[in-house]
Design a protein around this ligand. Structure first.
Ligand SMILES: [Zn+2]
Length: 100
């Protein structure tokens, strides 16, 4: 066979955290629009995201539950590209997964 099919999956999950992944803003469902934002969410100049420890704990629990390999190092990158619904102009992505 000339080609080998390689299929990747991008899976999104919603973790039961009280705050967002990179700031302390609430994640309460049903809140009034634009009430759960801060300079970090908005990507204003001079702000830096801080990773929510609870998210890491949840990711580790998921890795253990799925018998996945947990990497000792995980790297996040700021990716700049245009999204019509992302006015700050960048997305923070995990460029080296916590687990494989
Ligand atoms: Zn925020």
């Amino acid at each position: 066979m000339k080609y080998e099919p390689v299929i990747g999956l991008e899976v999104h999950i919603h973790l039961l955290t009280n705050s967002k992944i990179f700031c302390h803003c609430s994640t309460q469902f049903g809140a009034e629009g634009n009430t759960q934002v801060c300079p970090i969410c908005l990507g204003l100049p001079g702000v830096l995201p801080v990773l929510n420890k609870k998210v890491v704990d949840c990711a580790i629990m998921l890795a253990l539950a799925t018998n996945s390999t947990i990497n000792h190092k995980s790297i996040f990158a700021r990716k700049n590209y245009f999204y019509p619904d992302l006015p700050k102009g960048y997305q923070i992505s995990n460029s080296k997964s916590l687990f494989a």
